[in-house]
Design a protein around this ligand. Sequence first.
Ligand SMILES: Nc1nc2c(c(=O)[nH]1)N[C@H]1C(S)=C(S)[C@@H](COP(=O)(O)O)O[C@H]1N2
Ligand SMILES: [Mo]
Length: 380
Amino acid sequence: MAPTRLPLSRRSFLATLAVAPLASAARGQMPRRFERVHEPQNWEMNFSALDSFITPTESFFVRNHFPVPRLDMNSYRLRVEGAVKRPLTLSFAELQQLAGEAVTRPLTLECAGNGRVFLTPPVRGVAWQSGAVGTAEWTGCPLSRLLDAAGVRDDAIEVVLEGADSGVVVEPPSPGTIAFARSLPLEKARRPEVMLAWAMNGQPLTPRHGAPVRAVVGGWYGMASIKWLKRILVVTSPFHGFYQTLDYSYFRRVDGSPTLTPITAMQVKAQIAKPAPHETLPAGEPFTIVGAAWAGENSIQKVEVSTDGGQTWALATLTDQQAPFCWRLWHYRWEAPRRGPRRLLARATDDQGRTQPMERDPDRRTYMISHVIPVEVEVR
Ligand SMILES: Nc1nc2c(c(=O)[nH]1)N[C@H]1C(S)=C(S)[C@@H](COP(=O)(O)O)O[C@H]1N2
Ligand SMILES: [Mo]
């Protein structure tokens, strides 16, 4: 369980910019997280405090549908069953042994509802601002090692991951008590960015982030990264569970006809961290606008910034720290902000040439909020 190596980087992102840290960030008084729902725990990062590629665990958002299950390490068992040749029931120690050499890699998670509070008219669901996103270093093993150990049958098509948490959902109503569960196509499940993790940022997983073992699905929205993992069920027909049909689904157009489809990969998106919304900035003094951008299974090619409400755009500088399936931090030097209300925008483009949209797509229901959202500030 000992952390195998130091986190990739805790070095301050602002320090790499050769500018003094912003006064507000230097004060160290900023809250790390904001509570959005008290119970079950739903907390978001204070995104305007973003100052590092790796998000410290104390700042990392928490998204729970049910109360945190407290799992006893000694009695914990992970089952691998269904369409496999050798079903497994593993204790934590057996899992680690079977996993072989541990892997440590950073991966970004964004909740599919991140930014929901900016939708107009207001919609149901946790009222996230911009902080339901973060990047942590995860230690564990690729899920494929367990699938190989169990021997996936040739007729298998998906892998259902099930958590140990459960409850009754009121809206939309669930069929009584259900567990949090979701499936991955076998092809994705076998990819190296799909991990079983038991450590986060060099420390054993905390109960609220899924102890003792969780999945982390690189490139996909957070709902795929099942916490408190208790069962891996290999199936031979598509899984239509609650959390990929009634919840966490969107309307995909199939020959023009809207078809409910499970949410999967994160969409290309940039967010402004500094200045914070409604911050007051001094006129005539250069200000470094900073933020993060990510593109799910793709990588960020460029980020553009507008300081005039979208009339003109200029390239932001991408910082050098990068890893597959991770966000990229960026900054832009606003030379001489002029007095008055100002509307700042950032938009990202991925390596496939896809730029995030300016308008909200209603087919996405209350998820995948990736259109450009302005940050209004006052220059005095
Ligand atoms: N078992 C279980 N896994 C879960 C959830 C949950 O409620 N129960 N929430 C999911 C959602 S919607 C997100 S965005 C991520 C959040 O992971 P975090 O709380 O570690 O940030 O966990 C996912 N895994
Ligand atoms: Mo989520």
